[in-house]
Design a protein. Structure first.
Length: 364
């Protein structure tokens, strides 16, 4: 699963990417510093995994991860190919979710491609380009579906209704994710088109040090603007995150955070937010050789969860032995959990809960 970092040039995308991945993408004070998308695999911070590792003392600990893509800055006219726009829009299409960075700080030493700081205008520029590209996609689809609907095909008639609703919304500068549709219609007719403004989005308000905890007037405007949009928001001082990233010891980082009034690095919150944005959750396996966090989609059944380890586990699934994380944490050993009667045996219909510690029985 991939989350793509997007925004106008010079809003802090590559600096943020560096903080998340330690991949050290080039970062400079001019537009189009990033042209090819940088890709980093980022571990998902999870105190539950750390606790299980402490209790079990395994040979290896393997966290869950998310793929983060740093996509070059979009500009006006991207949908028509301006500023290498088609390439950039193609990179966004390949992601599963969008992390949209908005500049919410004043600094005369950092050039803004539009000449002034206005996160709402910046958001609208990006939205407009993505909406134009989506409109192009929807119009092409409409022509095909209209022909099929004329034959009386019921599914095509229903699809035509949905497409016309999308077309109207896009013409009114609405993002697809904010248009009222049933889940069934989204799955059947919208998701297959991979529309850019249908992707789940997390807005990251990049602020200065003084606004890292409480935000500022720019952030308030963004919150107001996205209130009706199905989106999340995170306030982050990216320059501070870069400073934290340079500190070598955990103790130094914690002291720095305490001075700022923060409990943890904002980058950790962002990674977890991206994970949630992708509709992912975690279950664990815990043994002497390995304690590991496994990534599954929310709503996955026990056999589907087993299939993430190996397809044979799903094909030959017999049952799952399940311990809730809270019980493992409380009783501290698997033996004590069993003695307390807190280990459950679950079958094929079981829907895995976030934090379950699981063993699978299978036969191939």
């Amino acid at each position: 699963m991939k989350a793509g970092i997007v925004g106008l040039p010079n809003v802090g995308k590559s600096t943020l990417f560096n903080c998340l991945s330690n991949a050290k993408a080039q970062s400079a004070n001019f537009p189009f510093c990033t042209i090819e998308p940088n890709i980093g695999v980022v571990n998902v911070p999870d105190p539950r995994l750390d606790r299980l590792a402490t209790l079990v003392s395994p040979e290896k600990v393997i966290p869950a991860s998310v793929e983060i893509v740093d996509i070059a800055g979009l500009v006006k006219g991207a949908s028509k190919g301006e500023g290498l726009g088609n390439q950039f829009l193609g990179n966004i299409r390949e992601t599963d979710a969008i992390i949209h960075v908005l500049r919410c700080f004043e600094n005369d030493n950092i050039v803004h491609v539009e000449g002034s700081v206005d996160p709402i205008r910046d958001k609208e520029i990006i939205d407009f380009e993505l909406q134009l590209k989506d409109l192009e996609t929807v119009e092409k689809k409409l022509e095909k579906v209209k022909r099929a609907a004329r034959t009386g095909n019921k599914e095509s008639i229903k699809e035509l209704e949905v497409l016309e609703l999308l077309h109207k919304g896009l013409e009114q500068a609405q993002n697809i994710r904010g248009i009222a549709l049933s889940d069934e219609d989204r799955v059947a007719f919208v998701h297959p088109m991979q529309l850019l403004t249908d992707k789940p989005v997390l807005y990251v308000c990049n602020v200065d040090e003084g606004a890292a905890v409480q935000g500022n007037a720019f952030v308030d405007k963004v919150k107001e603007t996205i209130a009706q949009e199905n989106a999340e928001l995170l306030v982050l001082a990216v320059s501070i995150e870069a400073d934290i990233n340079e500190l070598e010891s955990y103790e130094e980082r914690q002291l720095f955070l305490e001075d700022l009034g923060l409990e943890e690095p904002g980058a950790a919150k962002l990674i977890r937010s991206a994970y949630n944005l992708l509709n992912q959750q975690t279950y664990f396996t815990a043994g002497e050789k390995e304690v590991r966090a496994w990534t599954i989609s929310i709503g996955s059944s026990a056999p589907q969860a087993a299939g993430v380890i190996h397809t044979d586990f799903e094909k030959g699934f017999i049952r799952a032995e399940v311990i809730s994380y809270a019980d493992y944490d409380g009783y501290e050993t698997e033996t004590k959990v069993k003695e307390a009667g807190k280990m459950r045996i679950e079958g094929k219909e079981y829907i895995v809960s976030d934090g379950d510690v699981m063993h699978f029985r299978f036969n191939v």
